[in-house]
Design a protein around this ligand. Structure first.
Ligand code: FES
Length: 104
């Protein structure tokens, strides 16, 4: 049986940035609102000490605020240097405006 944990309301995700940092099972997770499609990845950039929630969201990608590495949010794949490592992605469920992440 899968376990899902509520982490935020969809309305908590900033309309300006499209992102929200939350903590899920002790890990920083970035939530994204991609025009109503809610996605989640690890929040810390694998390249350095930056929060992707502070990055720049555009066309389903997030640009790291520190060295401008870009990731595809839906696949977690790096899109350009200097980032080379996939982002960890989290399964998301939305019910009645609440965002749930799958627990391990
Ligand atoms: Fe994100 Fe360097 S810390 S690209």
């Amino acid at each position: 049986m899968d376990t899902w944990k509520p982490v935020a309301m969809v309305s908590d995700i900033s309309a300006d940035t499209g992102t929200l940092r939350v903590v899920h099972e002790g890990e920083g997770v970035c939530l994204y609102n991609l025009e109503g499609d809610i996605c989640a990845t690890q929040d810390r950039c694998p390249h350095g000490n930056a929060s992707l929630a502070d990055g720049y969201l555009e066309d389903g990608t997030i640009e790291c605020p520190l060295h401008q590495g870009v990731f595809d949010i839906r696949t977690g794949k790096p899109q350009c240097p200097p980032v080379k490592t996939d982002l960890r992605r989290y399964e998301v469920r939305v019910e009645a405006g609440t965002v749930y992440l799958k627990a391990d």
